[in-house]
Design a protein around this ligand. Structure first.
Ligand code: KMH
Ligand code: ZN
Length: 282
């Protein structure tokens, strides 16, 4: 069992989770910022951000992200990771808006989905031209990509992107397991993905729904990192709603510690990920 520091990512908003599912889902930039800070207090090193309109509709508008990022950075050094996945049905142009942020609003990380899949009853579309375009934009913005892997073949798609020169290896991978239509949140699935990990790469697991916290343990035991939060799951335990993503972060940190892992600080997570600090663009 690895005792290397383990970092936790807080995915606090997402595009799909609503207040009908959990009334504590943050919508406004100020609510998103407050929740990110609470997650940092409980041990999160990275916050994975989406944005919402005041009525809860998902939005990739740069100004909404920027407002939240500014407020977060006024208080803490958590790594800001913006979504380029957005919501199902958004155009590539729409999805990439947060990559245009500059100054103190510049993100350090951004997601890059490595393929298309059924996403519940819908389709999350990531055709190759779009993946290449998003990868180029992330690189041009000097932002560290997190490769989102929803299904096994997406490891091969990541290799394709690397061979064609759109991304670099080693890289950071996030295995999002348990989406209806994607790879299941099972330990044998995780173990297969790990056989495909390029040398020197880092990885985290995000288990969907009831698999979220068990996957934290699976990651902790395998020397990896983990993502928790309302984007993926709103329950602390069966039938018990979490008070916020912060409660899921707190629980994940306890699980990791029980497995002998120390929780990484944001500075340590930057070192693990090879991020040299907030590269502020003017
Ligand atoms: N909302 C999903 C369709 C990402 O953030 O990069 C896509 C998503 C992935 O959440
Ligand atoms: Zn997301």
């Amino acid at each position: 069992m690895s005792n290397a520091p383990m970092f936790l990512t807080a995915a606090i908003v997402g595009a799909e989770t609503t207040r009908d599912q959990n009334p504590a889902v943050p919508y406004l930039p100020s609510e998103i910022a407050d929740e990110a800070i609470r997650c940092w207090e409980k041990g999160a090193s990275i916050v994975h951000l989406h944005a919402r309109k005041p009525d809860g509709m998902p939005s990739q508008e740069a100004a909404l992200f920027g407002e939240a990022i500014e407020k977060i950075r006024a208080t803490c050094d958590i790594i800001i990771q913006v979504s380029t996945g957005g919501a199902v049905g958004m155009t590539g142009e729409e999805r990439c808006q947060p990559l245009t942020l500059s100054g103190n609003r510049t993100p350090e990380m951004a997601t890059l989905s490595c393929g298309s899949l059924n996403f519940g009853e819908e389709i999350f579309e990531n055709p190759r031209p779009l993946m290449r375009d998003i990868a180029e934009r992330i690189r041009a913005a000097n932002i560290k990509p997190e490769l989102e892997i929803f299904d096994a073949g997406m490891m091969d798609e990541a290799r394709y992107l690397q061979k064609k020169g759109f991304i670099d290896f080693p890289a950071h991978f996030d295995f999002v397991l348990g989406i209806p239509g994607g790879l299941a949140a099972r330990e044998d699935a995780l173990d297969y993905l790990l056989t495909q990990l390029p040398t020197g790469s880092t990885w985290s697991v995000a288990g969907i729904g009831r698999f979220e916290l068990p996957m934290v343990e699976s990651a902790a035991k395998r020397g990896g990192h983990a993502r928790v939060g309302f984007e993926d799951n709103v329950f602390l335990s069966k039938g018990v709603l979490a008070k916020g993503s912060f409660e899921l972060v707190e629980t994940a940190a306890d699980i990791a510690k029980r497995c002998g892992r120390r929780i990484a600080t944001p500075a340590e997570a930057r070192e693990i990920l090879g991020i040299t600090g907030i590269s502020v663009r003017s």
